[in-house]
Design a protein around this ligand. Structure first.
Ligand code: HEC
Length: 129
């Protein structure tokens, strides 16, 4: 009986410790964002560009002439032309690059939900919302 009690209290302590550990993700691993039905440029798209793209597509360095540090630049596109075609993620070079995992070419890639939110934003018209 005493042993059982000991075993039970051990399990309870274990449960508490495990619960406390839950939600602590390894360093460098970003918790995934939620999938949005109705993503907005300001809260769901620009933050992804800020984190994953600006080192090469910002004011300092703009590969292919493409800047992603503001809505007007994103819509203006690269030296080759538009990279976002409103309402069509399949026609948008930016979406193709994300889907293929080609962008960013090195380092941490945006999570699946982040990429999907960009796709939804394009498919809903790529508004400055
Ligand atoms: C480490 C640097 C680097 C990062 C970070 C980066 N890119 Fe690029 N990107 C490039 C280079 C270099 C090119 C041109 C060569 C190529 O197409 O592979 C390019 C090309 C592109 C193009 C095609 C432009 C054109 O007209 O050919 C798009 C669209 C693009 N990047 C989007 C993104 C997005 C979106 C992100 C962030 C998720 C991103 N890139 C992050 C280096 C980068």
């Amino acid at each position: 009986m005493k042993r059982n009690l000991l075993a039970v209290s051990f399990l309870m302590v274990l449960a508490v410790v495990l619960t406390a550990c839950e939600g602590v993700s390894p360093m460098n691993e970003q918790p995934d964002v939620l999938l949005k039905e109705d993503p907005s440029y300001a809260s769901d798209v620009q933050p992804i560009f800020d984190k994953y793209c600006l080192s090469c597509h910002g004011p300092v360095r703009a590969m292919r002439g493409l800047r992603l540090d503001g809505y007007e630049y994103v819509i203006a596109g690269s030296r080759m032309g538009a990279v976002v075609i409103p309402y069509s993620s399949t026609a948008s070079l930016l979406a193709a690059g994300l889907e293929a995992g080609a962008m960013p070419p090195k380092g941490e890639k945006p999570s699946a939900n982040r990429v999907k939110n960009i796709f939804h934003w394009i498919e809903q018209g790529a508004y400055d919302n």
